[in-house]
Design a protein around this ligand. Structure first.
Ligand SMILES: [Mg+2]
Length: 407
């Protein structure tokens, strides 16, 4: 029996935007790490972990993962918010890491063992114009990726109209570029038509709408993309409008993926149980860690929905490791989103997930197989460590009349 002796957070990466949880035990050298990163509210998550949850689990048996999860889940009475679930998720991963180290087995072995020899991932191809995008797609295909995401620049790309061409009011709040959802609705099918001409019809592409469309236009987009045989269309609708997936499903066979903003089971359960989506894309740390995600995967298996855990962007190597262990053991795995870390970031996380070609591989070490070199992690903070970046709003994209566009 390993008793939990401490729970603390390690901030790393420039601006301290990665939060790694370390759970220590009374067994010599036995500890676990987990991911509780939150780009926008790191201090709040740290406070939940160190002030609310740690006092409730220190002294407890680290082996009782499910019981500890349930204890933490109800510890503040109110639950299923993003900050609490992230805090639980970080500790939960660390407990699975400890259990794997105690057993001398990789975590995926504890989850039922391998269902596959490696984990297929998809790359993010993007270009400000179709020429750049084709070059990026070509590069990913050459590298060995089997699925590629295609975007015209940033989210909503293809829908931004330069200020000098937009019909702006004379008191416009933004004059550089404004988002026009009809321009976007026309640009994306045209983009896929050109990719089909360039690469043939056999490449499974994805595209991330990032909730930029009104619901009925999202349905029109899904219908117009049917001829291009997408692997999935991501976040066609925002979480506030998931009721529209019923109409979307009735009118289009384009596969649907959603979930990166979900933290509450009431968000994904109806979509899965009514077979309205094809891929669940929650971030493992944001739903409460491995314990929560493996239950989501089991729910999805019963309804023919596959997993596509969210990664990329600001995710850290520990969350990636947790996702890939689940990918290895979950039969209804679909695809894994890829991360790209800088060499010095990888060096701070020995045993990190390796990518070769279009596949990801675990280190095969016990537990999550990944560690944190705290000295190197501290050096990643850099001299410019400040609060400025993550205190910016996620987006200030606006329409011509000034209306904010949902991120
Ligand atoms: Mg996304």
């Amino acid at each position: 029996m390993a008793k939990i002796t401490g729970v603390r957070c390690i901030r790393t990466r420039k601006n301290g935007t990665w939060t790694i949880v370390k759970v220590t035990t009374d067994q010599d050298g036995l500890y676990g790490i987990g991911s509780a990163s939150d780009l926008y509210n790191p201090e709040a998550v740290v406070q939940v972990i160190e002030q609310l949850l740690a006092p409730r689990i220190v002294g407890r048996d680290a082996a009782h993962i499910e019981d500890l999860w349930q204890t933490m889940y109800t510890s503040g009475y109110w639950r299923n918010g993003a900050l609490l679930q992230t805090a639980i998720g970080g500790i939960d991963m660390a407990l699975w890491d400890i259990k794997g180290k105690e057993a001398g087995l990789p975590v995926y072995q504890l989850l039922g063992g391998a269902c596959r020899s490696a984990v297929a991932c998809y790359g993010h191809a993007g270009g400000s114009d179709i020429v750049q995008l084709k070059e990026e797609v070509h590069r990913y295909l050459e590298e060995g990726y089997t699925v590629v995401r295609a975007q015209l620049g940033g989210y909503g790309g293809g829908g931004f109209v330069p200020g000098d061409r937009a019909k702006l009011p004379d008191n416009a709040w933004r004059t550089d570029a404004v988002f026009d959802e009809r321009a976007y609705l026309n640009a994306i099918p045209d983009m896929f038509e050109q990719l089909r001409v360039a690469f043939g019809g056999g490449i499974p592409f994805t595209h991330d709408v990032h909730e930029h469309l009104s619901p009925i236009l999202a349905i029109q987009l899904a219908r117009r993309l049917e001829p291009y045989g997408l692997f999935f269309l991501e976040d066609a609708l925002p979480p506030e409008q998931i009721g529209w997936y019923r109409q979307l499903r009735q009118t289009s066979a384009t596969p649907q993926a959603i979930g990166e903003l979900f933290a509450n089971p009431q968000e994904w359960t109806p979509l899965v149980a009514e077979r309205l989506i094809d891929f669940i894309r929650v971030r493992v740390s944001k739903v409460g860690g491995i314990s929560a995600a493996r239950k989501i995967a089991a729910l999805c298996e019963a309804f023919g929905v596959r997993t596509a855990w969210q990664e990329g962007g600001e995710n850290d190597p520990v969350n990636q490791a947790a996702a890939v262990h689940l990918d290895m053991a979950v039969w209804n795995f679909g695809i894994q989103e890829i991360n790209h870390f800088r060499p010095e970031e990888k060096a701070a996380f020995p045993g990190h997930i390796e990518r070769r070609g279009g596949y990801l591989y675990t280190s095969e070490r016990p537990g999550l197989g990944i560690d944190i070199d705290e000295a190197l992690a501290a050096s990643l903070l850099g001299e410019g460590w400040s609060r400025s970046i993550y205190h910016q709003p996620y987006t200030l994209d606006r329409k011509a009349d000034g209306t904010l566009v949902r991120p």
